[in-house]
Design a protein around this ligand. Structure first.
Ligand code: ZN
Ligand code: FE
Length: 239
């Protein structure tokens, strides 16, 4: 599987997952159609499926054009069936999706929104976390409770440490400021920030991160309990 990172809008990431044998592909969270379209047309990709982590516009606004142009099918979570337009196939929590192209598990992670899901490609050890888990941060809790978000992050913490994380926004450097403020003497964090800066300076995005890196450096994953998590989330919301 080849993962092509497509930058969308101001700081969104969309991802094209390409089967290199026949160029069949999935796209995750096309926040706008044009940059995805450009890549597909230049590289003669066959777009088969559109996957959405949640219903926010910056993750689905490219759906319509891409669906029409390539006759691609939209896959999204059952609870979002009334707010993601034109869903073709409903996904359920813990469902394993398996077709000729790719295989993944759906992980329901309410908090940022109630219908947020992650796509876990367990064979490749890759997860797409949308606006739930960022590098050095987590999504704002818009619809769920802090408890929902804490439990959702706890699910992700249990994945194999070597799992690569592809997240929804380039917030990493900004997030690092908050982590550094709370967690001054964390040597892993210092190293991670240097690594991120080097990548960004050379024009690369900070994706992917890994579960291991985030367990060591992400203050929201380091929170030991709900109370601690809740305090951090409130602090960050007003940071
Ligand atoms: Zn969002
Ligand atoms: Fe977003």
């Amino acid at each position: 599987m080849k993962i092509q990172i497509i930058k969308c809008l101001k700081d969104n990431f969309s991802y094209l997952l390409i089967n290199e044998k026949n160029l069949d592909a999935y796209v995750i969270d096309p926040g706008e159609a044009e940059p995805v379209l450009n890549y597909i047309e230049t590289n003669q990709i066959n777009l088969k499926y559109i996957l959405n982590t949640h219903h926010h516009g910056d993750h689905i606004d490219g759906n319509n054009i891409l669906k029409k142009k390539f006759n691609a099918k939209i896959l999204a979570f059952e609870n979002d069936r009334d707010r993601i337009p034109m869903i073709d196939i409903i996904l359920k929590d813990a469902q394993i999706w398996n077709d000729d192209i790719f295989k993944f598990k759906v992980i329901h992670v309410p908090g940022h929104t109630l219908g947020h899901i992650c796509f876990y490609f367990f064979k490749e050890k890759i997860i797409f976390t949308g606006d739930t888990l960022f590098s050095l941060g987590c999504g704002r809790v818009f619809e769920g409770s802090h408890n929902d978000m804490f439990n959702s992050l706890s699910k992700l913490k249990k994945l194999p440490p070597e799992t690569d994380i592809y997240f929804g926004h380039e917030y990493t450097l900004n997030n690092s400021i908050f982590c550094k403020k709370i967690d001054k003497n964390n040597p892993h964090l210092k190293k991670k920030i240097l690594k991120v800066k080097k990548k960004l300076d050379s024009g690369q995005p900070s994706v992917p991160s890994s579960i291991k890196d985030e367990l060591e450096c992400n203050i929201f994953l380091r929170a030991k309990n709900l109370k601690e998590f809740s305090k951090l989330r409130n602090l960050k919301d007003n940071f």
